[in-house]
Design a protein around this ligand. Sequence first.
Ligand code: WQD
Length: 341
Amino acid sequence: MKNKKRVLVTGGAGYIGSHTVIELLNAGYEVTAIDTLERSEIRIVEGVKSITGMDFDFQKIDCLDEAAMEQLFSSNQFDSVIHFAAYKSVNESVEKPLLYYKNNIGSLMVLLEVMKRYQVHDLIFSSSCTVYGQPDQIPVDESAPFKRAESPYGATKQLCERILEDMATEGIRVVSLRYFNPIGAHPSGIIGELPIGVPNNLVPYVTQTAAGVRAQLTVFGNDYNTPDGSCLRDFIHVCDVASAHVKAIQFLEAKSSDKIFETFNLGTGVGVSVLELVKKFIEVTGVTLQYKIGPRRPGDVEKVYANPQKISTAFGWNARYDLGQSLAHAWQWEKRIRGIQ
Ligand code: WQD
């Protein structure tokens, strides 16, 4: 008698994927996680096992590998899938658009075909607030129209959502979660975002500057039409992002309809500026931070933060961590990987 539901987590060794595996295990699901480990390391998988005290199946598989995906689905009975596996760097996508279209869209196509073949119906998709471009109305809600994506990365998320919307007629039920700015690390300090190359994102650059790995943070522009001139964003703790994925699975489990395509903004609803974040980091860590004001970064939207009403009502979910806690956890992780006391 099958008593526990099994979830396939693609990209399960990644930043958000690994934190989500923790929440799934703690919620009583069996988990199979796959990852190429091209942009992660097996120590993250081991970290998840040590945090939860639970084992789970991990396999080094590329979603683009049709034979491997066929073998995976023929030897497991999955009740649902969470699809994280994708490249996610905005500016890398500008430099390498073909890499992004092939990987982010190609991997989804392989996954959808094998889900259909094995009658696996429920899919949680890792989308992004970049699908909105620069919204006309802030805070942004799910009814906001897609503007032209600022990057190939954002375009892949728009295209994937369109593909998924059309899959309703093929029996795939979808919840698409549009992440705002995930930051921080697990409170244990055992897992977090692995630093690969020079960070594009703000918070890893802040923590690496505080750790002395980078000489100085550059704030990209303070001449925007915002209270302090720097861009506004919605920074959400990665553990809050993770817990919303369990709620998304349970949302689908509770639905009898065979045609579902729902999108949800996954943010705190609180707009925070770049300079406010820098000041909060200094306040919560007591670390001095060298920063300067530089020119605007091409492709940046001026301000974007979520209206989280829909996800709060539908999932009974709210972000638990505030900005200070997220930054404290990010700094704790940075100190751990740099061997700083
Ligand atoms: C945030 C702000 C920069 C670095 C991210 C993800 C993307 C998507 C949306 C999920 C901007 C400023 C940054 C630095 C800075 N999330 N900045 N100095 O661009 O909002 O996109 O969230 O899909 O995948 O990348 O995040 O952290 O790069 O930038 O001033 O050294 O910080 O200009 O205003 P962004 P970010």
